[in-house]
Design a protein around this ligand. Structure first.
Ligand SMILES: Nc1nc2c(ncn2[C@@H]2O[C@H](COP(=O)(O)OP(=O)(O)OP(=O)(O)O)[C@@H](O)[C@H]2O)c(=O)[nH]1
Ligand SMILES: [Mg+2]
Length: 466
């Protein structure tokens, strides 16, 4: 492990009220101490070298005899710190000049500028957290919706790791017994009861496949549930997108075929992130570029989870059936919502007549005005219901990381092989290979893969007789 003392500005780049500079490593305290001059009652009495962990000290940060800034020093003594090493956090005034001066001073005094994520990497190497928890730290920092925040907090607090470690511990017990059998191969003994092993494997398969299955929800919650806004030209799709985003994101005009490309952006509605996709209006046209855009619209319908089919109430299209033939088959097994727009411009009877024209289409419907912001709250409620997020209890863990998902899929494949192997009475060494593989993939998630672990477990639990 790199034992250099590292430093970095931990607050966002730029000017702020205050800034925090973090220093971690063996020499963190001595380096900062040499630059620090305590003020106040205790002036000259003690230095931070003598302070205990979890203390705050006020004073000046000095470059020779020049004061750089008045600062607060937070002291953490390893292993009781985020990284597990001695760590100092300097809170200074948030001027970019001061931040840079302090950083340069630290480098001149022997610190090295930290690599991205290096504090967390050290925390992992020092076993302050496992890999999946370290990854959750990044997710937590990036979370911008209640659901993403909730998932990251859970993972950071180790809920996922606990679940995986329990699965691995069970597998470890069995693989130890099976490998012990191999040592007594001449005697043809079965230490590991095959029925129990089969039961355990089924149990683990159920667990792993549930976790892997949660990835579609987890991924959607993290990256946004895709919602495609589609329909005829001039229906008001771009107007709706802009309204939801509260920003003039897409061009709006009364010319048919204004939007030709796909415009995407994320919006948080009722604590959940959605990725709204405004598309080119669907119509019969000879324009090559517009047709390319319409093809893209079809693709987006297929990729979305929720489809808002926008209909212009003021202009009943003669092509409803044709339009339905383009949209409905592609929206199969997804949530399709008919959004009748521009109700500010028509009377209720007209809407009813229009609604009837779509009686063949099996979809929820809503009447809005994107221009006058009518019924937009109802539309948001409808979208929330359509997202149909499973009620997640506080014990359930949701996988939202592609690396974890990949590892779980591989782990599941191996445990299925174990099940089949037991059914087919294959020999212990093959079984142990598949169990080891399953453990390996589960261990990859938490960063704990270690073959010595298996040996260690055998020797600590059994006396082989010598
Ligand atoms: N009266 C009324 N006009 C609206 C409403 N929503 C949109 N419009 C108008 O309808 C016209 C088309 O709006 P857009 O948002 O550009 O429509 P679009 O569906 O994106 O159209 P394309 O990009 O061409 O497919 C504009 O002139 C909007 O101002 C509404 O609720 N009521
Ligand atoms: Mg548009």
């Amino acid at each position: 492990m790199d034992s250099n003392t590292i430093c970095a500005i931990s607050t966002p780049p730029g000017q702020g009220g205050i800034a925090v500079i973090r220093i971690s490593g063996e020499a963190a305290i001595t380096i900062v101490n040499a630059l620090f001059e305590q003020t106040g009652k205790e002036k000259g009495k003690s230095t931070i070298l003598l302070k205990e962990g979890y203390t705050l000290t006020h004073g000046n940060l000095m470059d020779e005899d020049k004061i750089i800034d008045e600062v607060m020093i937070a002291l953490f003594r390893g292993p009781h710190s985020y990284t597990g090493e001695d760590t100092v956090e300097i809170s200074c005034h948030g001027s970019i000049y001061i931040q840079q001066q302090i950083l340069q001073l630290l480098v001149r005094s022997g610190c090295r500028i930290a690599l991205p994520g290096e504090f967390t990497q050290r925390a992992f190497l020092n076993k302050k957290m496992d890999l999946s928890q370290a990854e959750a730290v990044a997710d937590l920092i990036a979370s911008n919706s209640a659901s993403a925040h909730n998932m990251a907090i859970k993972q950071m607090r180790g809920g996922f790791s606990k679940e995986l470690n329990a699965l691995r511990a069970n597998l470890l017990r069995f693989v130890s017994l099976i490998e012990l059998e191999l040592d007594f191969s001449e005697e043809d003994v079965h230490f590991a009861n095959r029925d129990q092993l089969y039961e355990l494997a089924s149990d683990i398969h159920t667990h792993i496949s549930r976790l892997a299955g949660s990835f579609s929800v987890g991924n959607a919650l993290k990256n946004g549930i895709p919602v495609a806004i589609v329909g005829e030209t001039n229906a008001g799709k771009s107007t709706l997108l802009n309204l939801l985003l509260n920003e003039e994101r897409a061009l709006v005009s009364n010319i048919h075929g204004t939007t030709r490309d796909v415009i995407e952006d994320t919006i948080v509605i009722q604590g959940v992130t959605y990725r709204f996709i405004d598309t080119a209006g669907i119509r019969k046209t000879n324009d090559i570029i517009e047709n390319m855009g319409i093809e893209l619209t079809y693709k987006k319908i297929e990729q979305a989870s929720i489809i808002l089919w926008m209909i212009d109430c003021t202009q009943v299209s003669e092509h409803i059936e044709w339009m339905a033939s383009k949209i409905v088959p592609r929206a199969k097994n997804k949530k399709l919502i008919l959004v009748f727009n521009k109700i500010d411009n028509v009377c209720e009877e007209e809407i009813d007549v229009l609604d009837n024209l779509f009686s063949d289409v099996d979809a929820e419907r809503i009447h809005i005005s994107a221009k006058d912001k009518l019924n937009i709250n109802l539309l948001e409620d409808m979208i929330t219901r359509a997202a149909h997020l499973p009620q997640i209890s506080s014990e359930d863990f949701i996988v939202n990381n592609a690396r974890h998902y990949e590892a779980l899929v591989q782990a599941d494949k191996s445990i299925i092989r174990v099940q089949e192997g037991i059914k087919n009475h294959i020999s212990g060494d093959f079984l142990s290979q598949d169990i080891r593989e399953c453990m390996h993939y589960l261990g990859e998630i938490t960063g704990e893969i270690n073959a010595d672990e298996i040996l260690g477990n055998i020797f600590s639990h059994f006396c082989i007789g010598k």
